[in-house]
Design a protein around this ligand. Structure first.
Ligand code: DLZ
Length: 163
């Protein structure tokens, strides 16, 4: 059972801050939908288990991982959220598209974190095979959506405490 962080100087990596009053945006890419839905389930379950009211969770869909950048930007600009979770899954194919999408979405999400004051969590799987993605979206290697939700709570807390 995780304890709660009281303030930043007492930071404990195993503690999850009180999340009851935070609002979260979740932006979900529709490409590789079975995987991104698994990641979303992991994320929303973790938020609800940490007492985030369902009314404080806003979900938007975007077509692909490339669009997570714009979707996350508009989410943080318009929805009064404390953190955004960007969920996508890019799987290696026959062309260079994988490299371009991975590079763009990782740099784009990084840029939002640099340029704006609201944390955007990178929950984008970049795998060689579909099986690797299955294993990480509720399979044998857990659920990266769950980890992303905990990261979002921690980052919302850090933002609150440092404002
Ligand atoms: C085009 C494309 C390809 C080939 N592969 C993926 C993928 O594996 N995962 C993903 O999220 N999106 C993919 N896309 C779509 C792009 O992200 C984007 O939606 C289109 O290039 C339109 O901008």
């Amino acid at each position: 059972m995780a304890t709660e962080n009281k303030n930043l100087s007492e930071y404990d990596k195993n503690a999850v801050p009180d999340a009851k009053k935070f609002r979260f945006g979740i932006v979900v890419a529709e490409w590789n939908e079975t995987i991104t839905e698994g990641l979303f389930e992991g994320a929303i379950t973790a938020l609800l288990e940490n007492d985030v009211p369902s009314a404080n969770i806003i979900r938007w869909n975007v077509p692909g991982s490339f669009e997570l950048i714009y979707g996350s930007k508009k989410m943080l600009q318009t929805q009064n959220v404390d953190a955004v979770i960007a969920i996508g899954c890019v799987i290696q194919g026959q062309t260079k598209h994988f490299d371009f999408v991975c590079e763009a979405v990782s740099q784009g999400i990084k840029d939002l974190n640099v340029q704006t004051d609201i944390p955007v969590i990178f929950c984008v799987l970049t795998d060689n095979t579909m099986q690797q993605s299955i294993d990480r979206s509720g399979g044998i290697h857990g659920n990266k959506g769950t980890e992303a939700a905990i990261a979002a709570i921690k980052m919302a807390f850090i933002r609150q405490q440092s404002s």
